[in-house]
Design a protein around this ligand. Structure first.
Ligand code: C2E
Ligand code: CA
Ligand code: CA
Length: 571
């Protein structure tokens, strides 16, 4: 083969390859839904390929026409888009931008590739426009779900945290405050339980919608879960003052929320506030503290606002600590019963003993029931604790009966939660029978709170217990709501007059008058009386004069462990 023939063959082969390449390119472009614009700098040649008409309704003759595409793009995306189509101005080899088109819901992606020579002068440029609506809508939806709460359209917790972080960074730089306010609908659970979840949801939404009106650049509003909302305010003052915002919310709640079935619903809200940097400099801690304060405000009486302070925090942390330890204490039953004697005022004879629980903590020593009983009631652990109290004190009492051969009254404190348990009566009677105790020697103390929200159920149980022979005593009388006339309808035997009367009765004439009328009424009702917290001889003398039947207090005997009670029981 000569040289010439070889050159011709080679050229033919190359042409063939070029033709095939072109064919392949054409096919690729034709099957694609994208639009392509090719530009060669040297020849100043512009070519448009693919589905250009699908994207833009103008045609391109020169490369400068490409700038018109920007007019089709939604304003928010314009800068980025412009940079992309002019990638060579920034010296980029490849650049991608996504944008929404103004007149349609379409999302397009623009990809620009530029080839440069050795001196970094552009040689060729390809622009590709691609429809990414489906993908992008999905992404937007995911983004929405990631940032917003679907039910209220407010920011969700996670996004709120990231925005709040921004506020705090800014405040740190500018030496400003940030307020975090936790807002919670009062009694939302009873709305949910009483009117149904649908109503609850509706309320949650319309309240959320109202709150969203409060949001500004310096005020972000979010919905955490259920009826809990959290608001953050950068540099609170004037119109964005927390008190002012809370007032606005409160004003709104003075008007009803309209439900879809045209029913009207009134709500009240409670708020807790923690300030950066006073309460904490940490985002999560601030939110946490605001919630704690809100819970505290609820506890103290709803429909109010409270601010974080350090005493509140230490109280809270201590309670938290106690609550945690309480679980261990129950596991090991680290409790001990103390007994405080009650004496007949006139004769000085032992009337009975009140069983009072003590918690022996290995680290902190004795923890007062006044401190842990309310927590145990809150978390439900009062049920096993109370069961243990009943069994332990009945066992002790039966031992005394055997050892000293005498009978008196064993008085046990029973919490409202215990009375409300369905199996309370049954379990109590089982223990009495197990130890073969005479039920007439047992007295159960009850406070008015046990009766408040469950009057019928609890008073029925009291009747059952009394029919069985057990005595019922109304504890802390005078501190609660029940009036003397109400006592008539209650199945009780004994009235324990609260210590607060003793504290003032000798100095205060009003207390004196009340005390005397209580005694008169009680006699008529045939109730027995026990005065609590008797500390002085004068008080004892006074009680004798008004014919109060029994006394209990530090004067006649402090609560003490079993071992110390021997002397009293022997006499
Ligand atoms: P409470 O039932 O009113 O018990 C009387 C409280 O007054 C006892 O406090 C007693 O130690 C105290 N006390 C008695 N005499 C005097 C006095 O002269 N002066 C003063 N300053 N205080 C006196 P304690 O033992 O700390 O119990 C506090 C509360 O804890 C009780 O108040 C009761 O509500 C509750 N509690 C105690 N033990 C039990 C229990 O086993 N079960 C339940 N559910 N509650 C209990
Ligand atoms: Ca008591
Ligand atoms: Ca009491």
């Amino acid at each position: 083969m000569n040289e010439m023939q070889y050159q011709v063959d080679l050229m033919n082969a190359m042409n063939e390859k070029l033709k095939n390449d072109q064919k392949m390119m054409k096919m690729i472009i034709e099957t694609s839904t994208s639009a392509f614009v090719y530009y060669n700098y040297e020849r100043d040649e512009t070519r448009v390929m693919g589905e250009w008409e699908n994207y833009f309704d103008f045609s391109i003759r020169r490369i400068s026409d490409i700038q018109r595409t920007v007019d089709y793009v939604d304003e928010t995306y314009r800068d980025e888009f412009l940079n992309c189509i002019n990638a060579e101005r920034l010296g980029l080899e490849r650049c991608v931008a996504t944008a929404r088109l103004t007149d349609s819901r379409k999302w397009i992606e623009c990809e620009c590739s530029v080839i440069y020579d050795q001196d970094h002068r552009p040689l060729d440029k390809v622009l590709r426009f691609k429809d990414v609506t489906v993908v992008n809508d999905k992404n937007e939806e995911l983004k929405y779900m990631a940032y917003y709460d679907g039910m209220t359209g407010l920011y969700n917790r996670n996004y709120f945290i990231s925005l709040l972080t921004g506020f705090i960074d800014k405040a740190r730089e500018n030496n400003r405050e940030v307020a975090v306010m936790f807002v919670d609908i009062d009694d939302f659970r009873s709305i949910n339980d009483g009117m149904g979840l649908v109503v609850g949801d509706e309320l949650m939404m319309s309240f959320g919608q109202y709150l969203s009106d409060l949001s500004t650049d310096n005020c972000i509003v979010s919905h955490f879960t259920g009826d809990m909302y959290c608001i953050a305010v950068y540099d609170p003052c004037g119109q964005t003052d927390i008190e002012y915002i809370y007032d606005r919310i409160r004003q709104r709640t003075r008007q009803p929320f309209m439900l879809s079935d045209r029913r009207e619903l009134y709500i009240k809200v409670t708020a807790g506030v923690a300030l950066y940097p006073d309460a904490s400099e940490n985002v999560l801690e601030l939110i946490n503290y605001a919630e704690i304060v809100m819970l505290r405000a609820k506890h103290d009486g709803k429909d109010s606002i409270q601010y974080f302070d350090s005493i509140l925090l230490s109280e809270f942390l201590q309670n938290l600590n106690i609550e945690n330890k309480l679980r261990d204490a129950i596991y090991d039953m680290n409790f001990e019963m103390y007994y405080q004697p009650q004496f007949e005022t006139e004769s000085g004879q032992l009337r009975g003993v009140e069983a009072l629980i003590r918690w022996k903590d290995p680290e902190e020593g004795m923890i007062s029931p006044a401190q842990f009983i309310p927590l145990a009631e809150k978390n439900g652990t009062i049920v096993p604790i109370g069961q243990w109290v009943i069994e332990d004190s009945i066992r002790t009492y039966m031992q005394w009966r055997k050892d000293y051969d005498r009978s008196f009254i064993l008085s046990i404190n029973i919490s409202a939660i215990q009375y409300k348990r369905e199996d309370f009566v049954e379990k109590l009677i089982a223990i009495i029978e197990k130890y073969d105790m005479n039920p007439r020697e047992l007295e159960l103390e009850i406070t008015e709170t046990a009766l408040i929200d469950n009057y019928r159920d609890v008073s029925e149980k009291l009747k059952l217990l009394r029919d069985y022979g057990i005595r019922i005593s109304m504890d802390d009388f005078g501190t609660g709501y029940s009036s003397l006339s109400q006592l008539k309808s209650l199945p009780i035997d004994t009235l324990k007059i609260d210590k607060s009367f003793m504290d003032t009765v000798l100095e205060d004439d009003n207390t004196n008058v009340i005390m005397e009328s209580i005694m008169g009424m009680v006699k008529k009702l045939g109730l027995e009386t026990v005065a609590e917290g008797v500390e002085t001889e004068e008080q004892l003398e006074y009680l004798k004069n008004i014919q109060c039947d029994n006394v209990q207090g530090y004067l006649t005997g402090r609560p003490c462990p079993v071992s110390d009670l021997k002397e009293i029981l022997k006499d």
